[in-house]
Design a protein around this ligand. Sequence first.
Ligand code: PHE
Length: 337
Amino acid sequence: MLEKVKEVVEKVNKFIPKSEEELNNFRIEYLGKKGFLNDLFISFREVTNDQKKEFGATINNLKQLVQSKIEEHKDSFEVEAESSEIDLTRNVPLDNLGSRHPISLIRNEIVEIFNRIGFTVSEGPEIEDDWHNFSALNTPKEHPARDMQDTFFIQTNPDILLRSHTSTVQVRYMNENKPPIRTLSPGRVYRNEAISARAHCIFHQVEGLYIDESVSFADLKQCLLYFAKEMFGEKTKIRLRPSYFPFTEPSAEVDVSCNICSGKGCNVCKNTGYLEILGCGMVDPNVLENCGIDSKKYSGFAFGMGIERIAMLKYGVNDLRLFFENDVRFLKQFSLL
Ligand code: PHE
């Protein structure tokens, strides 16, 4: 037995830990509850009286040796940890993470819903020319429908403007691609409107365009019903009201059944049971021709919606300005979505 202990003493003497972890394992191996020294103390009881003195002293020496080894090396690791500037292993508190902006969340959700039925995203510039924002879209100069979107023009060059809708991207897309076309254009748009709880001079839109042979108004209606159900729930109903846009004929505005009162009538839907969410229609043949698409062979539908409007309805937000102020108390509410 004494022989074995002497061997261990030698091993301990030679021990030089390379890491804090190694030192910790060393401590457990010798001083832990089930460690080597505890075992020795237990076998000490069986040792004959004449050997007790020598055996006892050896055990105590070993214990001291182990302790001084730990003491000696513990400090060196502490110093090392302090001296390194960045501790990559340190836990990071997870209570102050950023979150996605609600406008991005809704944008992504809309894109995902239309992705599932084959629409892909296209993007374009925010500073546009008259042709892409108006003329190509069947709204030539002096056309009264230009007043529907109060536009920011560049003073020194009235041909240049801030796009008032993302239909501009669809004009570009039709110029560059042949039907069948299924594209979705999300983006920021600008209109000279007084800022209020319901309007802003900057806001976000998603517009969609589908062009193929024999696309009908029934396709448009079914596509929008699918979208409304995916966005607001399976029980959602839609209602189309005749409307006017220069680039579509016929045109319609689309309402969804109020997701707050389920159509019974409340102050959000002003007791009508319905909420307006988008404009749509069959693409005017003039627009197709302006963009190099044969209007005798192809037909299509288009729709456009405001992302802020959808976000307000979905999250029950009653002031559009909140989306632009970026108050973290407001934004944090969306961190788990
Ligand atoms: N571009 C229209 C707007 O911004 C929306 C729209 C798009 C309407 C496509 C009909 C078809 O108001």
